[in-house]
Design a protein around this ligand. Structure first.
Ligand code: ATR
Length: 277
């Protein structure tokens, strides 16, 4: 790479437990790049100035996490198709003129992780729980994999209805989420329930066919109650770190020109970190 160290990072608030620095530092070392990935915590009142500071410091780009995934769009000169479709940006490339280009790699991250797990979604039905930005990315990813049918349930029904105006999904009542799981092939939790510090997701697995796969995008803890109960019943389970790793790959490529691989060492290291934090 030569010359000055190439800068990248993640912006959000708070950022205390972000696992992104661990992932990108691993790849920077692995590919022996002269680069840095900084955790840049930005209080809301300084948003615009802090982003400008990164441009002034010649950052190549950065990841965007809560609460700025939508707000950053107002500062972007362009948005890729996925970011437009999902309505949120998780990755920024800064060009030579200092202009921001917004992307969303969460859908890619989800889809690649499903592919890695070896399941096929052709002619399959999924039930998605939740209707935030993560749900939109998951639905976009499921559609990119050619799934046949998607059902969505959210505590606040109106948010699911909003999604159904944009994506081909069927809205079901939150109270019927378990009964409606009787004929599904994949259950995806995109709510924050089950995350450390939050209450567990209340979901009786009794109705689910044993052939169904259960995926939780929550990765702290790695083995959420939902996944532990599902595994105990004999379901195939997919943990949340895979999506996190895969969404980071195109971002790294955008900044540094290398599409990085997910090594066993990285996967194990990240799983350990997710479990202890
Ligand atoms: P993200 O953009 O990461 O998806 P979000 O927009 O805050 O985050 O969405 C969080 C999701 O978790 C929402 O679907 C939310 O449901 P509401 O739309 O009804 O708020 C869901 N969620 C959070 N706490 C919940 C709870 N106690 N019970 C049910 N759903 C909950």
């Amino acid at each position: 790479m030569g010359g000055k160290e190439a800068l990248s990072g993640v912006i959000g608030f708070p950022l205390g437990h972000s696992l992104s620095p661990f992932i990108h530092h691993y790849w920077i070392d692995y590919y022996n790049l002269s680069a840095k990935y900084n955790a840049v915590e930005i209080p809301t009142e300084n948003f615009r100035d802090s982003v400008q500071k990164l441009i002034d410091e010649s950052y190549r780009g950065f990841n965007v996490t809560l609460p700025y995934k939508q707000k950053i769009m107002t500062l972007c000169e362009s948005l890729d198709e996925t970011a437009q479709c999902i309505g949120a940006v998780n990755t920024i490339k800064i060009d030579d003129r200092g202009a921001l280009h917004g992307m969303n790699t969460d859908s890619f991250g989800f889809a690649e992780n499903i592919k890695d797990s070896g399941i096929s979604l052709q002619n399959k039905t999924a039930l998605v729980l939740g209707a935030g930005g993560a749900a939109r990315a998951v639905i976009h990813g499921l559609l990119s994999l050619g799934i046949q049918e998607i059902k969505i349930a959210n505590r606040t029904r109106e948010k699911a209805v909003d999604i159904s105006r944009q994506f081909p999904v069927t809205v079901i009542d939150w109270d019927r989420r378990e009964k409606e799981s009787a004929a599904i092939d994949l259950l995806v939790n995109t709510t924050s329930l089950g995350m450390n510090g939050q209450s567990a997701l209340d979901f009786d697995l009794e109705y689910l066919p044993l052939s169904a796969t259960i995926c939780d995008i929550v990765y702290k803890p790695l083995h959420t109650d939902l996944l532990r109960h599902a595994a105990a019943r004999g379901h195939k389970v997919i943990t949340g770190t895979g999506m996190l790793l895969h969404q980071a790959r195109p971002a790294f490529y955008t900044w540094f020109g290398v599409m990085p691989e997910i090594t066993d060492e990285l996967e194990t290291g990240l799983a350990e970190k997710a479990e202890v934090q």
